[in-house]
Design a protein around this ligand. Structure first.
Ligand code: GAL
Length: 667
């Protein structure tokens, strides 16, 4: 299936010529260099509010007019940003309420960026009005192809306006009933009954921070505040430019906003990709990044997404900013396209001369010319991307899904009990993802309330919290022939962190899985149990559920401690499908072997028949196959038939060796 806004891969990035307003020759030089670098797009105006409105109500759009015309004349698409991510000094000085109040209760002074209240009516109004002016002025500009809303929405504000908004949000959530809230928050515990809405404040270190249901409510409120801030921002844009698509750049698996909800509001999902290459295990970094690409692609309903930012060389915000080795960033860019991106974009086009990010990688360095390793790599990549237009708009088809649900992530983090140190939910999901990634099997990363019916296999690691409707969704999926795997500590609480009564996993899930989990053992670092599965022993670490089969087949048992010989892995036939339960955490070797058993049992074929050594990742998108070497040594693969190398346009078959960071794109 094909679906796309552009007919070519977007290659470009953040461009801030407003920092070079007094040197027009640099603007001219940028056009020459962009052409040389095969750059076809520029994202402009992200932090330009101070230039667009130097004083309240005094506007200066002429430089932007000139810039857009110049980019258009040079054949570049423009992604036009709204500037709410950083406000001018005058605005904060005149309206202090726009500045954020931290958890300490102290209002921040002016400074940095993203430092704004999400509720402030004044800030929302100011943002709407600058956005309206941008939309009115550029609605018919032929270069403008997309809106880039603000920048990396993040953080939270604890000011009085936000406290009041939180209380209002709670009233809606709990039907204006304090009895309901007190019940759902189990406020009889420690005498925390709320008798007036005004007693509720945001969770704080020095205040209420032991009511996990309240912490979850605050997370939901903050997330929805970001989304409503966004809706406020886009209102004038949707009115004036209804045909220009809208995106905002997300940050990896940032947990402050429910991206799975937010994504539903976007015309296209985009994210900023900054892996820590060449600083440790590159294969793990590649696996991790692949997972995130798949998560964002899935959030956009499977449509292509944008890699809105990446660095063409190093960053400046690691403790130590190692240079990635030659061609690493090109490989990283190809990985994004392989997983469904229709863009390769950089932060940033040209290094700023001063300011906080002057040592951050850029396509054009302070030397100002094209004779650099980084510039040459970017141009070669740009040239290669031009040969891959076929892939634009192509979806990826996945028969396997992993549930990695934002709200469950919040819940897993916030409860107190069992093993309080090992709660890396997202990492647990990537451990299950690893086998499929290594085998070249496409996986979608879904939320618990997404549709499961199109998948042959759904894996739900550590699905501790179940939102309303999830139990029946799992039940009917399995009943109708689906295969569902849940792991330890799944089905424990509802959306308000209230435990299910009557045994775990909650309610009907005991029948679906054919088990009852009676206790959970937690193992401190260094301690383990052992599980035997198909004659092989595996370490059980961190968490071990102790369970009874109520009809499920026992596939593996523990071998140590007082629960030796009790079930550790079960399989239950339910309706036309199967429900599996793996009761323990593991470093990954068991997950790999068990996933392989499921792959064989359910005939889940890799997306291609190419055989490759470990360290090579293979991805298919449409008819195009991407083969990428993420290992630190050269690796071999054997092509199953003759292909065309889309970069060289030559035929290729048989045994192929890929050097470090080398990739092949074939059809
Ligand atoms: C991103 C941000 C950019 C730039 C970049 C540096 O998170 O959106 O504006 O700061 O980091 O890596």
């Amino acid at each position: 299936m094909k679906e796309s806004i552009f007919d070519h891969i977007i290659h470009g990035g953040d461009y801030n010529p407003d920092q070079w307003i007094d040197t027009p020759e640099i603007w001219d030089e940028d056009m020459r260099l962009m052409n040389l670098a095969h750059v076809n797009s520029a994202t402009v105006g992200i932090f330009a509010w101070g230039m667009l409105e130097p004083e309240e109500g005094v506007y200066n759009f002429e430089w932007m007019d000139k810039l857009l015309d110049m980019l258009h004349k040079n054949g570049k698409d423009v992604i036009l940003a709204t500037p709410s991510g950083a406000r001018p000094n005058w605005l904060a000085q005149k309206y202090p309420e726009v500045l954020r109040v931290e958890e300490s209760g102290i209002r921040n002074e002016y400074g940095v960026r993203h430092n704004h209240c999400l509720t402030s009516p004044i800030y929302r109004e100011k943002v709407r009005s600058i956005n309206r002016l941008l939309a009115e002025r550029y609605k018919d500009h032929p270069a403008v192809k997309m809106w880039h809303i603000s920048n990396e929405y993040c953080g939270e504000c604890h000011c009085e306006l936000c406290q009041e908004a939180f209380r209002e949000w709670l009233k809606k959530e709990y039907h204006n009933s304090l009895d309901e809230l007190n019940f759902k928050w189990w406020n009889g515990f420690w005498s925390h009954q709320v008798t007036d809405w005004s007693q509720i404040n945001s969770p704080k270190f020095r205040g209420e921070n032991h009511v996990s249901a309240m912490k979850l409510a605050w997370k939901r409120f903050v997330s929805e505040s970001h989304i409503s801030f966004f809706e406020n921002e886009i209102a004038p844009l949707k009115e004036i430019t209804p045909n220009i698509p809208i995106t905002t750049n997300f940050m990896k698996m940032y947990d402050g906003i429910n991206y799975q909800d937010f994504a539903k509001k976007l015309d296209l999902v985009s994210w900023d990709n900054y892996p820590a290459w060449d600083k440790g295990n590159n294969e793990n970094e590649a696996l991790d990044t692949a997972f995130v690409h798949d998560a964002f692609r899935t959030m956009g309903g499977g449509k292509p997404f944008f890699m809105m930012e990446s660095t063409p060389s190093l960053v400046n915000w690691h403790d130590v900013n190692k240079l990635p080795r030659p061609n690493r960033q090109a490989l990283s860019a190809i990985q994004a396209v392989a997983h469904g991106a229709d863009s390769v974009q950089y932060f940033q086009w040209r290094k700023s001369r001063g300011g906080h990010e002057k040592f951050h990688g850029a396509v054009v360095d302070h030397c100002g010319h094209e004779n650099t390793r980084v510039f040459k790599e970017v141009s070669t990549l740009g040239e290669n991307l031009e040969k891959l237009s076929n892939v634009v708009g192509e979806h990826c088809n996945s028969k396997v899904a992993i549930i990695c649900d934002w709200e469950n992530g919040w819940a897993v983090k916030s409860f107190c009990g069992y093993n309080n140190l090992q709660r890396d939910y997202y990492h647990e999901c990537t451990k299950w993802y690893a086998t499929f990634w290594k085998k070249g099997i496409s996986v979608d990363i879904i939320a618990m309330d997404d549709d499961y019916s199109k998948y042959d296999l759904v894996i739900a690691p550590f699905l501790y919290m179940l939102k309303e409707g999830t139990i029946s969704r799992i039940e009917s999926y399995v009943k109708n022939g689906g295969n569902f795997l849940a792991t330890y500590l799944s089905g424990i609480v509802d959306k308000d962190d209230l435990c299910f009564l009557g045994g775990f996993p909650g309610n009907e899930l005991k029948d679906v899985f054919g088990i009852w989990v009676e206790e959970t053992d937690s193992l401190p670092e260094g301690m383990k149990n052992v599980v035997e599965y198909k004659g092989k022993e595996y370490d059980a670490i961190n968490f071990c559920d102790i369970l009874h089969s109520k009809g499920a087949d026992v596939l593996a048992t523990y071998k140590q401690d007082f629960y030796s010989e009790t079930p550790a892995v079960t399989e239950n036939n339910y309706g036309k499908g199967k429900a599996y339960y793996t009761a323990f955490a593991n470093k990954g070797d068991f997950f790999e072997d068990f996933s392989n058993s499921l792959i064989n049992e359910h005939n889940i074929a890799p997306d291609t028949d190419i055989k490759a050594e470990d360290g090579i990742s293979i991805r298919k998108r449409g008819n195009t196959i991407f083969v990428m070497n993420f290992a630190d040594t050269e690796k071999e693969l054997v092509l199953d038939k003759e292909y065309i190398n889309l970069i060289t346009n030559e035929k290729i078959s048989g045994k192929v060796t890929l050097s470090v960071c080398e990739y092949l794109v074939i059809e």
